[in-house]
Design a protein around this ligand. Structure first.
Ligand code: HDE
Length: 680
């Protein structure tokens, strides 16, 4: 339970399953007290182990079965508990109970993930991120199983195994891990050009988020809201992080993966432990049924977004993540999401990708969680009552009493009984459907490039440069020149500037004509226009013996007052003394605290700086500068700036007045990165 949080209904339910083994007697799983847990039962001290050693057999058997299959996609994930509250009733659009009353707090469980990597892979990789939310509502569980990218690679679920096979490590040598920079992925892209738009996103900064706390979430598909009068609207779901949407730079991300493969989970875990609860607003874009065909894209096509400038995102509520899990396996690993877990008032559309997902998620849990009773696992249980005639199967926990397990019946007065719509029974929206059975792609799904161009047009210069560099990196790792050229030629259809930019870097033939003719842009797509806040940003304070005590402590207090987190970095752990006797405790050494693990650098120095510290500090500062990070300096630190020749660069702050320094440095930190910096 996060600090100052009341127990919610889900937490109360979980409490019944929690156990604390501390201070208890050790027993077998059958309750027999164990007298010896170091030596197996043997025939004589140097003799063979005996089969009758039930404690040994049980302990080893359990251990042998500790692993379950990892998720085929989204294997690497991290989760937290929280709450959701709607700002105002959504009655006009939906009858969903949890979207009616602003005073109601609905418990949620959110799992963030990378997609391609295996369960032990590094986290700051170039990939989409999963953003899956389970709302434990009074009308049953509602799962919003989204990503941090609003569109998908493919239009039809039948192709999902193909895209996943293509991006996963190649089967003949199982390389590369958690990376799309290889031949099979790009071969898929070039030969399945519906992927053009999503690949723009995965090559952009969106695919290397700074934090799970600083990325958007999207339901991707078009869903339906249905209100009490039975009226339906098409809807798309958005999560908007209050801290804004921010990213790493590629060189930094690659280094982080070596220095701290747990970078994203660590960031989420520590923030929640510190009471800096991540917050996301829920937004919806709504389209009237009669406007289904009013757009220059098909609203059922999952490779298309709805430009926010044309269809505004209405902010309807807020989610706060306020509690870390107690046990990662029991909760994060065993949680089973399903886009088909809906409540009355939320319904599906005919998006062929969504329709296929509705099959896949239960099927995958059956193999992963070993049988049909995974809904009984504590993390998956709804908080409202659940009753039906389903029985038995592996791991059944519920003890259903009585002889009746069928419908209809007279022996139990025909219960459990069904509910009418008025009583809260789920009634599917009665959309009229007719057509021939065909395997086909709708004509309206065939424009693959316009929105890829829209995305390109919407980027700032720095973002465009990052995209060109990402294509250059990924295709630079591709060995087959024909695949490289196919991708160049494909992206000439999106933007000639883009295709020429990376064609040159990878030695491909440079296209001379191209472009999709789209000139429109959508400013909401650029991270330049996101929220910029200093809160929770980490600052490495590079400091040495003999620093100016009183001023440093007033600056550190000033930064903390703005919600910034200074962390002391020096040549060794322990306590450092200032010139005036002030003391600071060192949190990281130059060995454990790399610049890539911080948002900003504050260079202080001191009167006693060894050659080694000098070298380490200069490396730290130069590296942070090359990643466009804010750098502040006072006292001796200013000499380091001069030596690095960066004193007058954008985002570099120095001064003698502590208050003015704190103000200016805080603004530089809020800016996140300073792209206008010229790197030498
Ligand atoms: Fe998934 N996806 N997916 N997916 N997906 C899974 O279910 C699948 C898609 C998403 O943290 C699997 O429980 C198909 C889009 C997330 O536990 C599996 C298709 C979006 C998670 C599966 C898609 C997602 C999954 C693997 C194409 C964004 C992790 C393990 C038709 C809207 C949930 C599991 C968690 C997980 C199938 C496409 C999001 C195999 C067939 C589009 C966030 O069932």
């Amino acid at each position: 339970m996060g600090k100052n949080n009341e127990q919610n209904k889900k937490d109360e339910q979980l409490e019944k399953f929690r156990t604390d083994d501390r201070g208890k007697k050790m027993t077998t799983n059958h309750g027999t007290k164990v007298s010896e847990d170091e030596f197996s039962l043997k025939a004589g001290e140097r003799g063979p182990t005996l089969m009758e050693d039930f404690h040994f057999r049980e302990k080893m058997t359990h251990f042998d079965h500790e692993r379950i299959p990892e998720r085929i996609v989204h294997a690497r994930g991290f989760a937290a508990h929280g709450e959701f509250q709607v700002y105002e009733s959504m009655k006009e659009y939906t009858r969903a109970g949890f979207l009616q009353d602003p005073s109601v707090k609905t418990p949620v469980f959110v799992r963030f993930s990378t997609v391609a990597g295996n369960k032990g892979s590094a986290e700051a990789v170039r990939d989409a991120r999963g953003f899956a939310t389970k709302f434990y509502t009074e009308e049953g569980n509602y799962d919003l199983v989204g990503n941090n990218i609003p569109v998908f690679f493919i239009q039809d679920a039948l192709k999902f195994p193909d895209i996943v096979h293509a991006v996963k490590p190649e089967p003949h040598n199982e390389m590369p891990q958690a990376a799309s920079a290889h031949d099979t992925f790009w071969d898929f892209v070039a030969n399945n050009q519906e992927s053009a738009h999503m690949v723009m996103w995965t090559m952009s900064d969106r695919a290397i988020p700074r934090s799970f706390r600083m990325m958007e979430g999207f339901g991707v598909h078009t869903f339906r809201f249905v209100n009490d009068q039975g009226e339906a609207h098409f809807v798309k779901f958005h999560w908007k992080p209050l801290l804004g949407t921010h990213s790493l730079v590629w060189d930094e991300a690659q280094k982080i993966n070596g220095k701290d493969p747990d970078f994203h989970r660590g960031d989420l875990y520590e923030s929640i432990e510190a009471g800096d609860y991540p917050e996301y607003e829920l937004g919806v874009q709504v389209i009237k049924e009669e406007d289904e065909f009013s757009f220059d894209f098909d609203i059922l096509d999952p490779t298309k977004l709805w430009p926010e400038e044309d269809i505004p995102v209405k902010i309807v509520g807020k989610m706060t993540l306020n509690r870390n899990v107690d046990n990662v396996f029991a909760e994060t690993e065993q949680v089973a999401f399903h886009p088909g877990n809906v409540v009355p008032g939320i319904d599906f559309s005919n998006d062929p990708l969504l329709q296929g997902r509705l099959f896949s998620y239960t099927d995958t849990q059956l193999i992963r969680l070993g049988g049909p009773n995974f809904h009984e696992l504590p993390i998956n249980r709804p908080v409202c009552p659940f009753h039906n005639n389903q029985r038995d199967g592996y791991g059944r926990m519920t003890i259903n009493k009585g002889p009746v397990s069928y419908h209809k019946n007279s022996l139990a007065d025909n219960t459990p009984e069904t509910s009418t719509e008025e009583e809260g029974g789920y009634v599917h929206y009665q959309e009229k459907v007719e057509g021939r059975k065909v395997r086909a792609r709708s004509e309206s799904f065939k424009d693959h490039f316009s929105q890829a161009t829209l995305f390109w047009n919407s980027m700032s210069d720095a973002e465009k440069d990052h995209i060109i560099q990402a294509f250059s990196f990924e295709l630079g790792k591709v060995k087959n020149p024909s695949i490289q050229q196919q991708v160049v030629d494909m992206y000439a259809n999106v933007s000639l500037e883009l295709a020429q930019g990376f064609a040159e870097n990878i030695g491909a033939e440079i296209p001379q004509t191209g472009g999709s003719g789209v000139t429109k842009s959508s400013p909401a797509l650029s991270q330049e226009n996101t929220n910029k806040k200093p809160q929770t940003r980490t600052v490495a304070v590079l400091i040495a013996e003999g620093f100016d005590g009183s001023e440093v402590s007033s600056i550190l207090d000033g930064l903390k007052g703005k919600g910034i987190q200074p962390e002391i970095v020096s040549d060794k752990l322990g306590t450092l003394k200032g010139a005036d006797g002030a003391k600071v405790k060192v949190g990281h050494t130059f060995l454990t605290g790399e610049s890539v693990l911080f948002d900003a650098i504050y260079a202080v120095g001191g009167s006693q700086i060894s050659e080694k510290t000098h070298k380490d500090a200069m490396y730290f500062i130069n590296e942070a500068f090359s990643h466009f990070k804010p750098i502040g300096a006072t006292h001796h630190g200013k000499k380091w700036l001069e030596e690095a020749k960066i004193t007058n660069s954008p985002g570099v702050v120095h001064g003698d007045d502590a208050q003015a320094f704190v103000k200016e440095f805080t603004e530089a930190i809020a800016e996140h990165r300073h792209w206008s910096r010229q790197l030498v």
